[in-house]
Write a protein that binds this ligand. Structure first.
Ligand SMILES: Nc1ncnc2c1ncn2[C@@H]1O[C@H](COP(=O)(O)OP(=O)(O)OP(=O)(O)O)[C@@H](O)[C@H]1O
Length: 848
């Protein structure tokens, strides 16, 4: 033995105790790093020869190993020494049939290995310990039964480790401790291996073991190797090694295995081993089943994956659809190529695409993400149409589309001119105010045409929920962006003309305040960074030209109105309507009915009567409808056989349109009746204020006609004024003493309000009190104060037009409104005698 090795002592590495690396389940790993052991130790490497074994004390052997009955006992040939050095093994006992490489710690076991190496028999006992701590291998820690082994080879495998190859020979019991400190030495009592020849009793058991091992073989391929090694050394009919071998194959616990080692009685041992083997078989089968299931699942997934990949490849090859997700994502990416997306938005899009690539197709969240990406990529980020800003062209477009409206067109041209100088027409919010059908929408459309922008129109009237403007958060089911983002998607450019209809009818409710949300959208300070709740990224609305329309200003929230540039359209005179009808409406309706212009003639005279009797409102929408009825009916006549052009003379109007809707409007005349002028969102109207004395028993004053608070107060002021100033105005001193007066403003079903009928009501009372009918063809408007001052009122243009309609040419107007009147176009003022008054006394003089 060389010096190094002589110095070495051996111990069992704590990881080395399981039988071989073929053990089905082993808690240790280092064993697998051990070299494979050949069944026959190689002589040239052997350090210890197996010759010259000492004779054992055969008288010490126990008879437990003998099977009772007609057993032909053959003792194991080797005689073994009484005094034996031992090494501890952890985790599993070592069985007599096994050959195994063990690694031992030099520091602890060098003396033991030296002792073995220097002995003639080269034997060592391997004994299982209770606590598996090889460093604390004290006598009381050892089980009592172990296996005597021959050491075949010793190799140094590391600085501090030796490997020894051992072959199990015989069971022994520790009889006595000779040395309880390393090297540990005991006196052994052996249980020699016995051959049980022709023992019929054992045969079925042996067969049972063999069959169970056979069953185990296909379940765990590692058993094959073990079995091969075993069969090279033993006949399968030798029950004792077979039982030990079978036990060593199992994954039974340490104590179960030690129990097998300690059961010397062969039949009992075989029974115990069979139990362990069966348990092992069940476990192995269960494991195989689980493995099969897992494999099956994996195969299923793999197959699916494989097929999907193949399908994708084929589709791509054929240029067919890609899978939905890839196709969608590609679509989004393609859209982005045309756009200039802000960085923050691009980041959001990237994040969402990444999310979409991992979500399960068909899951709710996938749908939400896809919709969101759809919106994000459909908006016209950085996409603008070029403004024309050609002033001449704009004028031409406006003139082509609209008759009259000179002042409105002028305002718009001014606006465009400023835009041209500034280089941008955005930032201003126009508001077109006027009665229905006067051309607000069509003016807006013409502006868009003139500057070459896309036009989008929607009504904000009746919006009660802020979310309609700013969108719902994506967490809502069915969430949508607000109207403005929807509009942007629709128009495909980030600088359209957006027309907001019915700004005066925007509502407020418990769902937030739509008016302030609208303000946020319109305000140039805020709309650069407009944040829609759904979109959740900012969109620049500052390049949009917003045009609002409304019938009146009163109901528009002040902060909103403040930011708007108001352009008023005040309804048309009959003469204007005639021109509009001739130049625009008639042509349009003839084309729509499929007629040729020469097939139908509607003379001016007929149009004038049509306007007077069927379409008297401020706008021209109803006029257009009536013309449409005539052209459609004419078209039918052509289809029914008429071949000559149809001329619609005035007398034929009732055949086409039925009875006239309006009787010729005349001012009602009489004592206590005075014609007033009023403004309504539908245009100007005339109204006759009536006063009468119900009785003379008691003084009193009564009002009817659906009057609002302001108008009621205005009536009371008129009454107080006339009563208090009665004498000065020429009223009989006692007239009001006992008179119960009733003042009524027709039409009784129409709600009215405002102070502008003050002088009219006072005049009605005065007429009644004086018993004098007022001058014919006189109409008036003006607010009255208690001291008789006449204050200015609004809607002069509408009121003048209304007066003209009923052919009243003498008007009494507040002096403060003279400028408004003077600014009216000549054709509106034509033939009107306006009397401007400052005090009621002046009115009184004009009445008779
Ligand atoms: N001055 C005009 N010249 C030519 N056509 C006109 C003129 N004014 C109105 N029209 C025509 O009358 C019809 C009604 O006009 P439009 O729809 O613009 O009215 P509106 O003021 O927007 O009404 P509403 O307030 O009800 O929406 C349209 O067909 C329009 O072209």
């Amino acid at each position: 033995m060389n010096t190094t090795k002589a110095k070495l002592t051996a111990m069992m590495d704590e990881n080395d105790t399981p039988p071989t690396n073929s053990t089905p389940i082993s808690a240790d790993s280092s064993i697998e790093e051990q070299p494979q052991v050949s069944t026959k130790p190689e002589q040239d490497e052997a350090i210890i020869s197996d010759s010259n074994l000492e004779q054992s004390n055969s008288s010490d052997t126990l008879s437990e190993g003998k099977v009772q009955g007609n057993t032909d006992l053959i003792s194991y040939k080797d005689a073994l020494p009484n005094i034996l050095p031992i090494l501890p093994v952890a985790n599993r006992p070592f069985f007599p049939h096994q050959i195994i490489p063990l690694v031992v710690e030099i520091a602890t076991w060098d003396k033991t290995i030296k002792m073995v190496a220097e002995s003639a028999h080269k034997l060592v006992g391997l004994v299982l310990i209770h606590n598996d701590n090889l460093e604390q291998a004290q006598p009381d820690n050892f089980y009592l039964m172990g296996t005597a082994c021959r050491v075949h080879r010793i190799n140094q495998v590391a600085e501090d480790k030796l490997q020894i190859v051992v072959e199990g020979l015989q069971r022994f019991r520790i009889e006595e401790w000779v040395s309880s400190q390393p090297p540990l030495v005991i006196r052994a009592n052996y249980y020699p291996e016995t051959r049980y020849k022709d023992l019929d009793e054992l045969k079925p058991y042996v067969l049972a073991i063999i069959n169970t091992i056979k069953e185990l073989l296909p379940l765990n391929p590692l058993y094959n190797e073990e079995l091969k090694v075993f069969l090279q050394r033993f006949s399968p009919e030798e029950p004792s090694p077979l039982a030990d071998f079978a036990a060593s194959l199992t994954t039974a616990t340490k104590t179960e295995l030690q129990d097998i080692l300690e059961t010397v009685h062969i039949l009992k041992r075989i029974e115990k081993v069979l139990l362990l083997l069966n348990k092992e078989l069940q476990q192995a089968k269960a494991q195989v089943e689980i493995r099969n299931q897992v494999e099956e699942n994996m195969e299923h997934h793999q197959r699916e994956f494989f097929l999907r990949e193949q399908l994708k490849a084929i589709q791509q090859e054929l240029g067919l659809e890609k899978d939905d997700r890839t196709a969608e994502i590609d679509k989004f990416k393609q859209r982005l190529e045309q756009l200039t997306v802000p960085e923050a938005v691009q980041k959001r899009i990237d994040d969402e695409i990444a999310k979409m690539s991992v979500l399960e197709v068909g899951s709710a969240e996938y749908g939400v993400t896809r919709n969101y990406l759809d919106w994000l990529t459909l908006l016209p980020w950085g996409k603008f149409s070029a403004d024309k800003l050609d002033i001449k062209l704009a004028r031409t477009v406006l003139d082509q589309d609209h008759e009259g409206l000179t002042d409105v067109k002028d305002r718009i041209m001014e606006f465009l001119a400023v835009g041209k100088l500034k280089g941008s027409i955005s930032g201003t919010i126009l508001l077109l105010v006027g009665p229905p059908g006067v051309g607000k929408t069509s003016i807006g459309r013409s502006i868009a045409n003139a500057v070459g922008r896309t036009f989008y129109r929607f009504s904000v009237g009746g919006i009660h929920d802020e979310a309609e403007i700013k969108g719902h958060r994506r967490t809502y089911i069915g969430a949508m962006p607000g109207k403005f983002v929807q509009a942007m998607k629709e128009v495909e450019y980030a600088n359209p003309v957006i027309m907001l209809d019915e700004v005066d009818k925007i509502g407020a409710s418990y769902h937030g305040d739509p008016a302030s949300a609208l303000l946020e959208v319109l305000d140039p300070e805020q709309n650069v960074d407009f944040l829609d709740h759904y979109l959740d990224v900012r969109f620049d609305l500052s390049k949009v030209l917003f045009i609002g329309t409304a019938n009146q200003l009163d109901t528009i929230p002040a902060p909103l109105l403040d930011r708007m540039e108001v352009i008023k359209l005040s309804g048309y005179l009959a003469s204007e309507k005639l021109q509009i009808a001739k130049k625009h409406l008639l042509k349009r309706q003839i084309t729509r009915s499929g007629l040729q212009p020469e097939q139908i003639i509607i003379p001016d005279e007929t149009l004038a009567i049509l306007i007077e009797s069927y379409a008297r409102e401020a706008g021209v929408r109803n006029l257009e409808k009536q013309i449409g009825s005539i052209t459609r009916k004419s078209a039918l006549q052509f289809l029914e056989g008429t071949s000559t052009p149809i001329t619609i003379t005035p007398d034929k109007l009732s055949t086409y349109l039925g009875k006239p809707i309006f009787e010729t409007e005349k001012a009602i005349r009489g004592m206590g009746v005075v014609t007033g002028l009023a403004w309504t969102p539908m245009g100007g109207v005339t109204l006759s204020v009536e006063a009468t004395c119900i009785h003379n028993y008691a003084r009193g004053f009564k009002l009817t006609g659906q009057l609002g608070d302001v108008m009621k107060e205005s009536a009371e002021i008129a009454y107080s004024y006339v009563v208090s100033q009665g004498e000065a105005l020429g009223v009989n001193k006692n007239f009001f003493e006992n008179a119960f007066i009733h003042l009524h403003v027709p039409a009784g079903a129409t709600p009215k309000d405002g102070p502008s009928a003050g002088i009219t009501m006072a005049s009605a009372l005065l007429s009644l009190a004086k018993g004098q009918t007022v001058n014919q063809e006189l109409a008036m408007t003006g607010e009255l104060t208690l001291t008789g001052q006449v204050l200015p009122i609004g809607g002069i243009r509408e009121k003048v037009i209304a007066a003209r309609r009923i052919k009243i040419n003498n008007l009494i107007l507040p002096e403060a409104n003279q400028r408004d009147f003077d600014e009216l176009p000549d054709y509106v003022r034509e033939g009107i005698n306006a009397y401007f008054v400052k005090e009621y006394s002046e009115v009184a003089k004009l009445l008779w």
